[in-house]
Design a protein around this ligand. Structure first.
Ligand code: PAD
Ligand code: ZN
Length: 370
């Protein structure tokens, strides 16, 4: 039996249950004993109904752990290996994976849509009912079953809380700057939203050689953190209009590249507007399903020649990108320890949601006793 935080309905506090029965892994699957899990805004977005979820479901998708058991046919990973969970399992063989777009892997879609594993079925039960798992992960559980193609083996010496954060916020944020966008040396970059993901966009932009990085947030603590991660200027959006501020800072031309890392209609509109002619707006935040990209086709796109591009999982090919990020971390170019605002137990996950709502933390990280 394992302990897990379970979502039973929209806006309901997650229930901490300790009766979770976890099956043995089936062919192509792994049983992972979780070491740590970050609490990402996407978890909150499932709990508050911004993103759809089948319930009851074990949330959590930003995690790292130790493999306990492997299913039939798994040869790439063995018990005892430390792994980061990729919430987009990447098969390496489908149309997208063969085109270096593993972040759009066809196999991952079924899991995302059903709340089950790759075949749409579940491996956990509680109170006599099957439990779904967020994004084939379910990292808010002491033990989980994942597809083997959703695991990335990591070195044994890395802090597992840091490893967990790589699994979503770091891959997504740094990837948005280093993979999705095309940042040229000296570019002016604006980052709207400096939470766990946005701070990583900032450091990705710094590593890519951005000349100026303008951080936009409503929370002063976040703006201070943004500076530590590489921002050269800050705009407090609760005090002034971020679009006019960015225009003023760029001689009324606009930013070369702007990122939206919140998921709100208003900030999506702002981000697209603050981009210069010929520039790029990269949309990372997950908005409500009825949010729209509102741009005048002629003045906004044709004449302005703006690129508006979505970003899914930082356009990451995890087997290649995770080792690169670990290298950058070890060489001191990527700040990861500094992302951990609080280390908590799984019982404190609802408090982590509250802290996220007030914007006071970069990341709360659940540490499990393993
Ligand atoms: P977070 O809650 O840690 O950070 C959001 C930040 O936005 C906070 O610092 C807030 O203070 C700030 N903020 C809120 N409203 C405003 C506003 N109106 N103007 C300026 N700043 C504001 O979230 P996060 O960093 O964990 O996640 C950010 C988004 O990215 C969220 O929508 C999440 O679902 C999404 C995400 N997308 C992917 C992907 O693959 N596209 C992956 C992971 C997360
Ligand atoms: Zn996430």
């Amino acid at each position: 039996m394992a302990k897990a935080a379970v979502m039973t309905g929209i806006d309901q506090p997650l229930e901490i249950r300790d009766d979770i029965e976890v099956e043995a892994p089936r062919a192509g699957e792994l049983k992972v004993r979780m070491a740590a899990s970050g609490v990402c805004h996407s978890d909150l977005s499932m709990q508050n109904g911004t993103m759809m979820a089948a319930t009851p479901i074990v949330l959590g998708h930003e995690g790292a752990g130790i493999v306990e058991e492997v299913g039939e046919g798994v040869t790439s990973i063995k018990p005892g290996d430390k792994v980061i969970i990729s919430w987009v399992p990447q098969c390496g063989e489908c149309f997208f994976c063969q085109r270096e777009q593993g972040y759009l892997c066809e196999q991952a879609n079924a899991a995302l849509a059903t709340g089950g594993l790759l075949d749409g079925t579940t491996r956990m039960t509680s109170q006599g009912a099957p439990l779904f798992q967020m994004a084939a992960s379910g990292t808010f559980s002491e033990v989980t079953i994942i597809p083997a193609i959703g695991a990335v083996k990591i070195p044994g010496d890395i802090d597992m809380r840091v490893a967990a954060l790589i699994g979503c916020g770091v891959l997504t944020g740094t990837g948005a700057a280093m993979n999705t966008a095309n940042i040229k040396k000296g570019d002016v970059v604006a980052v709207v939203g400096c939470g766990g993901v946005g701070l990583n966009v900032i450091q990705g932009a710094r590593i890519k050689g951005a000349g100026e990085i303008i951080a936009v947030d409503m929370n002063e603590t976040k703006l201070q953190m943004a500076k530590e991660f590489g921002a050269t200027a800050t705009v407090n959006a609760s005090q002034s209009d971020p679009v006019s501020q960015v225009m003023e800072m760029t001689g009324q031309r606009g930013a070369d590249v702007a990122f939206e890392v919140i998921g709100l209609q208003q900030t999506i509109d702002q981000t697209i507007t603050m981009v210069r002619r010929g520039g790029q707006a990269i949309l990372v935040g997950v908005p409500k399903m009825d949010a729209m990209v509102n741009v005048p086709a002629f003045f906004g796109v044709v004449l302005a020649e703006k690129t508006i591009k979505g970003c899914w999982y930082g356009s990451s090919n995890v087997q290649k990108d995770v080792p690169k990020l670990i290298e950058l971390y070890k060489s001191g170019q990527l700040k990861l320890d500094e992302l951990i605002s609080r280390t908590i137990t799984v019982e404190q996950v609802n408090e982590a949601f509250d802290a996220m709502k007030t914007g006071e933390v970069a990341r709360s990280v659940i540490e499990y006793s393993v």
